[in-house]
Structures are given as structure tokens and as C-alpha cells.
Design a protein around this ligand. Structure first.
Ligand SMILES: NC(=O)c1ccc[n+]([C@@H]2O[C@H](COP(=O)([O-])OP(=O)(O)OC[C@H]3O[C@@H](n4cnc5c(N)ncnc54)[C@H](O)[C@@H]3O)[C@@H](O)[C@H]2O)c1
Length: 255
């Protein structure tokens, strides 16, 4: 699919990897609806990037909230061709720590935002995509999810986060199979360690060993490198049902 004149939803688009994707899609001639909880940052992005960006204050894990964001997007831009799921939360809690077992709500919260939120946006966006006229392949839409290398080599304290991202990896193929019937492709990006506000807030004691575990190049990923892949996944019509690591060959140690 060509990005020019298409409409994309980017969840978590007010910051980090989602913001870089928003900018890359705009540069390719798309219009972008940012679905994010953070209204202050979302509105600042719209003020900076102009009329081809729309901010919708959306909680990805809330059905009515996503439906309202989709309605606002359709009203402003008329269709939805692409959905990129970048909204996500982290957190580090051991299964059994100094204060006892991990509170169940800590686990549920991460699953609710990262896994259920991704599925919620995917199902509702795909239902709109099926109304689009297909291209020569009959392609009507493209969905990109964001997992993490923690889906495969989660560290100590990452049990909730890894489970949520493992769920995103696990649903990629069945989503692609379900949505093949309506001409929608689904792929997942599994980033290594990227230089975003999420990662920047971590202390050096967390960051430096992760850079050391990255094989080459020995640095954090640049959000634009994620965005380039998010562009390619839209443009390359034969990529479907796959999870792609973009990680400088990191394999994370237990801690
Ligand atoms: N930065 C990394 O190193 C890294 C590595 C692997 C995976 N990831 C994943 O990439 C994605 C983007 O991460 P980032 O580093 O850009 O993070 P970030 O914190 O910079 O941006 C995440 C955005 O998601 C929004 N958000 C959070 N909960 C939301 C909700 N319920 N509804 C709507 N918006 C919500 C936040 O407001 C924020 O703007 C996340 O899913 C994260 O797990 C990041």
C-alpha cells in the first residue's frame, strides 16, 4: 500500500516510537490520527505538525473511547487504511518480591493496556478498513502491532510485560489469517532498546547493561529506525503474519 493520501491511526503517537511513525507517515503524504491518553503532548504535536494530524484522546483498552476516536477520525479524514499500535506501558515487578507476591492488578493492568488495548484497536479499525476499495491485490488495510524483544527474552521483573508482548506476537498470525478475508495485512515489530522517553527515564544502571547486551551497533535504537520499518510494512504488500525484531541483535540476559 502506498502511504500517499492514506489515513493512519497511530496509538501512542504523542511520544517515542509512535511519534516518529506519525512524522514518517506525514512525510509520505498520509494523514494521521493520534490515539493517545496524553492530551497535553498530543495537542502540542498537532500544533507542531499541522492540519494533516488529528489528536484524539483515547484509552486503547476502552471500547467506547476507541469507537469515539474512530468516529472523530472518519469525520475529519473520511476513511481508515492503516493502524499502528504503539501505545504501551512498562513496569518492573517480580512475581514474588520483598513485599510478597506481585499484586494481581499490576499484572492485569499491563495485559489490559498492551495486549487487550492492541486487540481492541485492531478489531475496531479493521472493521472500518473492510469498507475501503481494495488495490490491485484486494488490499484494504494494514495493521502494525508493537511487541518487544521481551516477548522472547524477558528479564527478571518483566513477567507481566513479557506476557503482554508475547500475547501480541502470538495473535499476529491468527489476526492475519482472520483478516485475510477482508484484505487486511497484520505484522508485528519487536523492538530492542530504543531511545524514547520510556527508556530515557530509566537509570544508567538499567540502560548501560542493555546497551552492552546489544551486539551491533552498540547504542540505543533511534525512533526513526522503527518508523522506517513501519513505513516498509505498509509499502511491502507481501509481508503478512510476521513478527520482525529490530534490535541490534540483542538477546537480553536475566538481568
Ligand atoms: N522504547 C523501547 O525501548 C521499547 C522497546 C520495546 C518495545 N517498546 C514498545 O513500543 C511502544 C512504544 O514505546 P515508547 O518507547 O515509544 O513509549 P512512550 O512512553 O514514549 O510512548 C507511549 C505512549 O503511549 C501512550 N499510552 C499509554 N497508555 C495508553 C493507553 N491506555 N491508551 C492510549 N495511549 C496510551 C502514552 O501516553 C505515550 O504517549 C510500547 O508498546 C512499548 O512497550 C518500546
Amino acid at each position: 500500500m502506498d502511504l500517499s493520501n492514506k489515513v493512519a491511526i497511530v496509538t501512542g503517537g504523542a511520544s517515542g516510537l509512535g511519534l516518529a511513525t506519525t512524522e514518517a507517515y506525514l512525510a509520505k503524504g498520509a494523514r494521521v490520527a493520534i490515539f493517545d491518553l496524553n492530551a497535553e503532548q498530543g495537542q502540542a504535536v498537532v500544533a507542531r505538525l499541522g492540519a494533516n494530524v488529528l489528536f484524539c484522546q483515547v484509552n486503547v483498552s476502552d471500547e467506547g473511547s476507541v469507537q469515539a476516536g474512530i468516529a472523530k477520525t472518519l469525520e475529519a479524514f473520511g476513511a481508515i487504511h492503516i493502524a499502528v499500535n504503539c501505545a504501551g506501558i512498562g513496569g518492573a515487578t517480580r512475581t514474588v518480591g520483598k513485599n510478597g507476591p506481585m499484586p494481581l492488578e499490576v499484572f492485569s493492568k499491563v495485559i489490559t493496556v498492551n495486549l487487550i488495548g492492541t486487540f481492541n484497536v485492531t478489531r475496531l479499525a479493521a472493521a472500518e478498513m473492510q469498507k475501503n476499495a481494495g488495490n490491485e491485490d484486494g488490499e484494504r488495510g494494514v495493521i502494525i502491532n508493537t511487541a518487544s524483544v521481551a516477548a522472547f527474552d524477558g528479564q527478571i521483573g518483566q513477567v507481566a510485560y513479557s506476557a503482554s508482548k508475547g500475547g501480541v506476537v502470538g495473535m499476529t498470525l491468527p489476526l492475519a489469517r482472520d483478516l485475510a478475508a477482508i484484505g487486511v495485512r497484520v505484522n508485528t515489530i519487536a523492538p530492542g532498546i530504543f531511545n524514547t522517553p520510556l527508556m530515557n527515564s530509566a537509570p544508567d544502571a538499567v540502560k548501560l547493561p542493555l546497551i552492552e547486551m546489544t551486539q551491533f551497533p552498540k547504542r540505543l535504537g533511534i525512533p526513526d529506525e522503527y518508523a522506517k520499518l513501519a513505513v516498509h510494512l505498509v509499502e511491502n504488500g507481501f509481508l503478512n503474519g510476521e513478527t520482525i525484531r529490530i534490535d541490534g541483535a540483542i538477546r537480553m540476559a536475566p538481568k
